[in-house]
Design a protein around this ligand. Structure first.
Ligand SMILES: [Ca+2]
Length: 430
């Protein structure tokens, strides 16, 4: 009996060690984004042409805040007929989500001082011209060297969207004029958005996702297609969405725009929804910020994520700028959806911030709960360049194998102890 008790103790110890190792593995798979702020505005932390294979912490919090996620949205129907898409359930839900979250609408004038946050690269001090990537600004020179490109031209009914910084992009004067008001497309007489960078950058998916944003958010459905619209055809849009996946620069810009206006371009976070909206198959092994293998027929996953936030520290990297590191961790079968369900919320209003000559409010910071308190605070962090890591599916599988093993060992230990005690009691009675 003594020997059996020793075995039980050994098994329990093994289970505890396995559990500890699992915890270490969990931390090792976490991805981080170091958010750098100018007032309440977040700098674009991304890099052009670096494919985004994870959702940013700000995005994760945003979807939690609006009590929705990819699965909710992907369960809604679109339509294979472009004329019917605007009346589809998915279109209506996307419009409601992006419009409802749009708390602050930028003025045309104010955008010039915001591009140093939204269109810089990796927290840099210069603006990256949209089509060419040429460095411009960041100071506004009244349009002599750079100006604002209406990716959805005014002449095509941009209307209220005219001042929306999501759509309005900074460009050098020359590339702005070479596009003119032409619709984007492959055929002659259409504008190829890659023509300015000499093949260095692929902007096809970028422009497709911006057009989809205006199409849904602002309801501009009558000027979407053909040479009189902004996109040659649905087929070209779908082809470009597949050929040019979201890069971290687009994702970082989505965070930056959210910090200004409160809303996001859902097609940047979940580009798969564009395929569903038009009843098209999601390409197999499609790379996207969801990072969860959503693409391809029959691919399913139950993995969800949780977000923890580390402390805020000021390093003066860009003079008075605050840096917050947010860690994105994988969390097994737990679900965070609906955590804040049923609560009535309003967008967190931060104090008024000066950016250039413009005053603006809006947005919320990563790690902030809806009541403005930090959700979780852990160890302090230092300021480093923006970085991220993709979760390796193999290490995730190993993690769950280890966790399952630990669980089996733990249960086995408990059973042995119970059996030993029962036998002990019988011996005493006997
Ligand atoms: Ca691109």
């Amino acid at each position: 009996m003594k020997r059996m008790s020793k075995w039980a103790a050994l098994l329990l110890t093994l289970a505890l060690v396995c559990g500890l190792l699992s915890g270490l593995t969990l931390n090792a798979s976490a991805a981080t984004v170091n958010y750098v702020y100018s007032g309440s505005y977040v700098y674009n932390w991304g890099t052009r042409e670096e494919v985004a294979t994870f959702l940013s912490p700000m995005a994760e919090e945003w979807y939690k805040k609006y009590n929705t996620d990819y699965d909710d949205l992907a369960s809604l129907s679109g339509s294979s007929s472009t004329s019917s898409v605007p009346s589809s359930a998915l279109y209506k839900e996307l419009q409601s989500l992006m419009k409802g979250a749009h708390k602050y609408i930028t003025s045309y004038k104010s955008t010039t001082s915001m591009y140093k946050c939204t269109d810089c690269e990796a927290n840099g001090s210069r603006i990256s011209s949209f089509y060419s990537g040429k460095l411009i600004g960041p100071s506004w020179d009244s349009g002599s060297t750079w100006n604002r490109e209406h990716t959805w031209p005014n002449s095509k009914g941009s209307g209220d969207a005219e001042n929306d910084i999501m759509m309005l992009r900074p460009t050098s004067v020359s590339e702005n004029s070479s596009r003119g008001n032409a619709a984007y497309g492959k055929s002659s007489s259409y504008y190829n958005p890659n023509s300015e960078s000499g093949g260095k950058y692929d902007l096809r998916g970028d422009v497709a996702r911006i057009c989809l944003y205006v199409y849904c958010r602002w309801g501009n459905t009558s000027n979407m297609w053909g040479s009189g619209g902004v996109m040659e055809s649905k087929d070209v849009l779908i082809e470009w969405m597949e050929a040019d996946p979201v890069d971290t620069w687009e994702l970082g810009r989505n965070d930056a725009v959210q910090s200004i206006t409160g809303t996001r371009n859902v097609f940047v976070d979940y580009p798969e929804l564009a395929f569903i909206l038009f009843n098209e198959d999601i390409p197999k092994n499609y790379q996207s910020p969801s990072g969860e293998g959503k693409g391809g027929a029959g691919m399913t996953t139950t993995t969800t994520t949780t977000t923890t936030t580390t402390t805020t520290t000021t390093q003066g990297q860009q003079g008075g700028i605050t840096t917050t590191t947010t860690t994105r961790g994988q969390s097994g079968n737990t679900t965070t959806k609906g955590q804040q369900g049923g609560t009535t919320t309003t967008a967190e209003q931060l104090s008024q911030e000066q950016v250039g000559n413009t005053t603006a409010t809006g947005g919320f910071r990563p790690g902030m709960a809806l009541d403005g308190k930090k959700t979780t605070t852990t160890a302090a962090t230092t300021t480093t360049a923006a970085s991220e890591a993709n979760t390796d599916p193999l290490s995730e599988n190993l993690l769950w194998i280890v966790l399952a093993g630990a669980g089996v060992l733990l249960i086995a230990g408990i059973v042995i102890i119970v059996l030993v005690n029962r036998k002990k009691n019988k011996d005493i009675i006997g």
